[in-house]
Every structure is written in C-alpha cells, then in structure tokens.
Design a protein around this ligand. Structure first.
Ligand SMILES: *Cc1c(COP(=O)(O)O)cnc(C)c1O
Length: 456
C-alpha cells in the first residue's frame, strides 16, 4: 500500500488520541513503518532518530529479537489466563519477584495493571481503601500538582493537573486538590532554586492545613514532571515533601511511569531524588514499550493492611499480569541487569548527554533554560531569553520546532514552548552527538521561521 492509501484509511476510520482529528485528516498522519535501535523509519524511507523513545517507553530501543522471542514462546505456551480465580502463572509470579528485586525500600508487593492510567486508578482506589479499612473513610482527599500528568482516564484526568484536560469530559472525580508545581525557571521569580523548592513543597502543608490533616489520604507526584514539560524540581523539594507527609501521616505516592526503569539514571526516580514513597506506579519502560503493562509497587504498610483485612479488594483488570506482557517485562528487567543499562547510564551516558546538550544548546538565542536529569531533558524556548519574554500565544514556537525536527530526521516533542528529549536508554555517545547536532540545526531553522513570521 502506498503512503497516501494508508493515510486515507487512517483519516477515514482512525480517531487519534490527544489530536485535533479534523486538522490531522487534512494533512495526513505520518506513517511509521519500522524501527531499529534508536531509529525509526517512515513510509518514504526517511531515517529518524527517535529522541522520545516512542512515548518515553522504548528504553531498550527498537527491533529486539530477544523480547519478540519470549512473547512468541509465551503466546504458544499460555497466551492468557487471569489472576482473579485464585490462580496465577509463571510470568506474573516471576515478574512480581523481579520488580520487587529492583524497587527501593519495602515496595515489594506488586499489583498489575494494563497501562499507566490504570495503575493510577489503582492508586486512587487503594489509598482511599487503605484509610477506610483503618476506620478512617473520611481520609479520602488526594493532593496532586498543577501541570502534573497522571494519565487520561477519568481518574487520571482528575488527579492530573492539566487544565486543557480538565475542561473536557467532566465532571471530574471529587475530593482531589492541586497545589503549585515546582517549576523554578518559569515561576521562581527572584528566589533561589533551593528557596523556591521549599516554598513549593510548603504549599502542600498549607493545603493539608486548609482541608484538614485528618481528611487527606495521599499526596501523589511524578519525581520529574514528564508530559508537563520535563520539570526537574529543585533539590530541596522532595525532602521537604517527604517531611510534610511524615508529619501529617499522609501516604506518599511517586508516579514513576516515566521515571521508573532507568530514565533518571537510577532504577527509580525516587532513588535519584531521595523519596521514600509508600507506593509507586510504573508502566512505559517496564516492558520497554513492547507490550502494554503497568504495575503498582506497594510498601509493607499498605500491603500488610490489605493482607490482614479479611475481605476481597474489589478491584482488578482482565489483563492484570497478562502472561505475554509479563514475560516481556520480565525479559526487559533481565536485559537491563545483564547489559548493565543503569550502570552504563550513571557512569557514562548520562553525564555525556547532559553535558553535550548544554554545550551545544545553552548559548542558542532561543534556548532560555535547559532542565534535565538522567536521560530526560526539557528546554524552554523564549522570544528574548535575557528578559525572559515568551513568544506571543499566536506563535506556536514548539510546533514550529517540532516540525523542523521531524523534517530533519529527529523526533523532539513539544509541550507548549518547551522542547522535550527522552531518548532510548541504549543510545550511544555517537548517537547523542548526532541528536545534539540535529537539535541545534532545527533550533536554527526555528529561529529563521520565527523571524519570517515577524515574531522576532
Ligand atoms: C504516560 C503516563 C501515565 C499514563 O500512562 P498510560 O499508559 O498512557 O495510561 C501516567 N503517569 C505518568 C507520569 C505518565 O507519564
């Protein structure tokens, strides 16, 4: 089939997520045909460096036969069986143990889900259920942050802090509160980073006191906000959040759907930021994106309460612990251990990536600031970086830059005027050089476009 035929079918029958379908149908979706390592190819044969690892997930890169083989073998052995009817199977049991072997602290009890959004729904129900079985059903308020992303189900949308999502498909789930995000470059004013981190964390304490400490079930946050634009919090932020949660005996949940499995340079973002959560969510990198699977790792406190409470937990998904997805996730963890992915990142690739980005791009006239940790980074594009003046809202500078990247063999995502990178964890130094050179070129082209539009 030709590119246009596929585009026509797509336009005729496919409703895309997070997309203005009418506009997309006019120009036609780009058809991606295959992938190998850190590269993907489109229908026209263009080779593109995937600076986003798909959607923050293809951590081990494309085209791994070892992952495909375990999927095939599991499919012919046992393609599906549930874990509801007092039954289990080898992949689910083995994967639960393997996850517990890499999670920090006592996060050793694993509940499976099919996607990050589902894992977040599990968190919302489990944190509230935990307090209910403690005899405190009134402790049901969940606190999250503005501009947080926790998925796109009604639960995830309500818990997340994306105003564009809150506007659609409501009413939202009640008893959820949002506090400010720790975005120092954008909102820190004259404060030092450390000072600002404390101010943002103390917004949690203020909110707790406002709604009453006895009414709060949990605080939930991404160690690094991903879809919100890669917002890396100041070093003071998480320790203060941790202190406040302890003080008021509030459950702390880290949404590690992006940060988990090496993205921040450790197995989990909680380790990078010194968080000791009661529960974490994981998805995306858990199976390197090869099959949909997610999990919630639950610490002793909540797990023991659940285990000791003599009643079913009336919650679960048909595909909780799906054997084929579980087998692939298990293999993913094994590969990460065998190939020392996290060690290589920490000792070599992460410092090289973060340094190369800054050396190549910090002095670019459009780049106001670079946020980054591990193999994830966000860049704020500014009309005038000296005076921190953003582009006017009619100039979608992020989309202009993203389109230049796509046309020049690089996937770099835009969130508003922030450009985002999150490449596969197996990227080499040479591939980082290529990524950074392409990013520089595309920023130059973006600058030219902005001038042509009269925006500069
Ligand atoms: C992607 C993401 C989710 C949602 O995961 P899905 O698999 O898309 O449902 C939840 N939380 C965070 C932090 C994410 O990045």
């Amino acid at each position: 089939m030709s590119q246009t035929q596929i585009q026509q079918q797509d336009a005729g029958y496919h409703l895309h997520p997070f997309t203005n379908t009418g506009r997309l149908n006019e120009k036609g979706a780009r058809v991606i045909t295959r992938g190998e390592g850190v590269y993907i190819w489109d229908e026209d044969g263009n080779k593109i460096l995937d600076g986003m690892a798909g959607l923050w997930c293809v951590n081990l890169g494309y085209g791994r036969e070892d992952l495909a083989k375990v999927a095939y073998e599991q499919m012919v052995t046992l393609p599906y069986y549930n874990t509801f009817f007092q039954t289990t199977h080898t992949p689910a049991a083995k994967l639960a143990e393997a996850i517990a072997s890499v999670t920090p602290g006592d996060l050793n009890h694993i509940f499976f889900a099919g996607s990050g959004s589902e894992a977040i729904d599990t968190i919302m129900r489990l944190t509230r259920h935990y307090w209910a079985i403690q005899g405190k059903p009134y402790r049901n308020i969940l606190i999250a942050r503005e501009n947080a992303y926790h998925g796109s189900t009604i639960g995830g949308t309500s818990l997340g802090g994306m105003s564009g999502m809150h506007k659609q498909g409501g009413p939202l789930v009640p008893n959820i509160e949002h506090i400010r995000q720790p975005y120092w470059y954008g909102e820190g004013g004259d404060m030092s980073e450390d000072e600002f981190g404390l101010v943002c964390a103390r917004a949690l304490e203020e909110k707790i006191l406002e709604v009453g400490p006895d009414n709060v079930a949990a605080f939930i946050g991404e160690p690094v906000q991903g879809a919100g634009g890669v917002i890396v919090p100041p070093a003071t932020y998480w320790p203060e959040i941790q202190r406040i949660c302890k003080k008021y005996d509030i459950l702390l949940v880290a949404d590690e759907v992006i940060c988990g499995y090496g993205r921040t340079g450790n197995w989990f973002g909680s380790q990078t930021f010194g968080i000791e959560p009661d529960m974490i969510t994981m998805a995306k990198g858990l199976s390197s994106g090869y099959l949909p699977i997610a999990a919630v790792a639950v610490g002793d406190r909540v797990a023991n309460a659940l285990i000791e409470h003599d009643e079913d937990f009336n919650h679960g998904y048909t595909y909780s612990g799906h054997p084929v997805a579980a087998a692939v996730a298990l293999k993913t963890i094994e590969i990460m251990k065998e190939e020392k992915i996290v060690e290589t990142l920490r000792d070599d690739i992460v410092p090289y990536f973060q340094q190369s980005l800054r050396e190549a791009l910090s002095d670019h006239p459009l780049v106001g600031h670079i946020d980054g940790v591990g193999l994830v980074a966000g860049m704020a594009l500014m009309k005038d970086k000296e005076s921190k003046t953003p582009f006017p809202s009619d100039i979608d500078i992020g989309m202009i830059c993203r389109d230049h990247c796509f046309s020049n063999g690089l996937i770099m995502r835009a969130t508003g005027s922030r450009m985002i990178l999150s490449p596969p964890l197996v990227i080499s130094r040479e591939e980082i050089d290529e990524l950074v050179q392409k990013a520089r070129l595309c920023l130059d082209l973006t600058l030219e476009s902005a001038k042509k539009l009269g925006a500069l």
